[in-house]
Design a protein around this ligand. Structure first.
Ligand code: ADP
Ligand code: MG
Length: 316
């Protein structure tokens, strides 16, 4: 199979014929219709074999993940994803692997009505780079900046599961932890709904302390008081690593792809109602303060021992 057959047979999906796409795969460039009055949001993430995923991992989970991490960034901006481009660097033409990869990619793309509109294919060490474009109304853009003292801080789901899955062979084999690592679910509906409610948002890709830290810094060096007993942990991580170990991974582990956001206290009921309407878990975890960085209440944890941001170390 050569490059052109590959594109034709594997990536030329029906998905590109949405109303958004004027010219899709097959020309020198794609042309997309833009919605009047909206702004475009563009994100990109690259996944390198054995850095961001295991080459031995099922191919469909790699295709899923390559798109999911980008959809998560789109969600954190409050936007609705529309289209994607895909740059594939392949170490070999393995049709089985490519079919699996495409299956994972298109299953997620279909669920989020994202059209694959183009890409690039080359040979080299296995790597996948995806760009996603989305749309948002100017008033609905969510930023890291914008948190205010007194804001409540929320998470869209349990954290630390992906990092726990990498902590041992036993943890990697646990289905809930494995799902957290290999099949992250981007919170796009929530992100878009929060545009008119939240003050600030970020997706947790590098660990809660690091990512909430980005919100605090971008919002003018604010602080946060997080309640340890409100942090949603994976019970499987607690069972395997103990409460303290699971808490450390929740604070410092990466790759969770939940949204962390802040909103005024007076909108708490509205936030809960939004979660209910979208069938999306939401967890109140603490408050924004005027000064002092991030502190964890109700735990003996020494924050100096928590990883300051996710270091990519995958088992080989
Ligand atoms: P060019 O030489 O003009 O850059 P290519 O031969 O690289 O064009 O690509 C031909 C068409 O196939 C383009 O529309 C391109 O966007 C698309 N394409 C190439 N690789 C991929 C891929 N991995 N996924 C989706 N579309 C791809
Ligand atoms: Mg060209």
């Amino acid at each position: 199979m050569d490059e052109f057959e590959l594109i034709d047979q594997i990536f030329h999906g029906p998905e590109e014929s949405t109303s958004q796409v004027a010219i899709g795969i097959g020309d020198d460039g794609a042309v997309i219709n833009v919605t009047a009055g909206k702004q475009a949001v563009v994100v990109m993430d690259t996944l390198v074999a054995d850095v961001h995923f295991l080459e031995s991992q099922p191919a469909d989970s790699i295709g899923h993940r390559a798109l999911a991490v980008n959809l998560s960034d789109i969600a954190a901006m409050g936007a609705v994803p529309r289209w994607a481009t895909l740059s594939l660097t392949l170490s070999e033409m393995n049709q089985n692997w490519l079919n699996g990869f495409a299956h994972g990619f298109f299953e997620l793309a279909g669920r989020h009505e994202v059209a694959l509109i183009g890409g690039d294919t080359t040979t080299g060490p296995l790597a996948v780079s995806v760009t996603v474009g989305g749309e948002v109304e100017a008033e609905g853009v969510l930023r890291r900046a914008g948190a205010r003292p007194g804001d409540f801080v929320y998470l869209s789901g349990p954290i630390g599961g992906a990092a726990a899955a990498l902590s041992s062979t036993e943890a990697y084999a646990d289905s809930a932890l494995h799902r957290a690592l290999c099949w992250p679910q981007p919170r796009t509906a929530l992100g878009a709904a929060l545009g008119s409610i939240a003050h600030s948002a970020i997706d947790v890709s590098d660990g809660l302390l690091a990512d909430l830290g980005h919100i605090l810094k971008a919002s003018g060096n604010l602080g946060a008081e997080i309640e340890a007993d409100k942090l949603p942990l994976f019970k499987q991580a607690v069972a395997l690593l103990g409460y303290q170990g699971a808490l450390e991974l929740a604070l410092g582990g990466g790759d969770d792809y939940e949204l962390c956001f802040t909103a005024p206290e007076k909108r708490h009921q509205e936030i809960l109602a939004t979660g209910h309407r979208l069938d999306q878990d939401l967890f109140w975890i603490g408050r924004i303060t005027e000064h002092g960085g991030c502190s964890i209440h109700g735990s003996e944890i020494n924050l100096d021992t928590v990883s300051p941001g996710y270091q990519h170390v995958w088992p080989r």
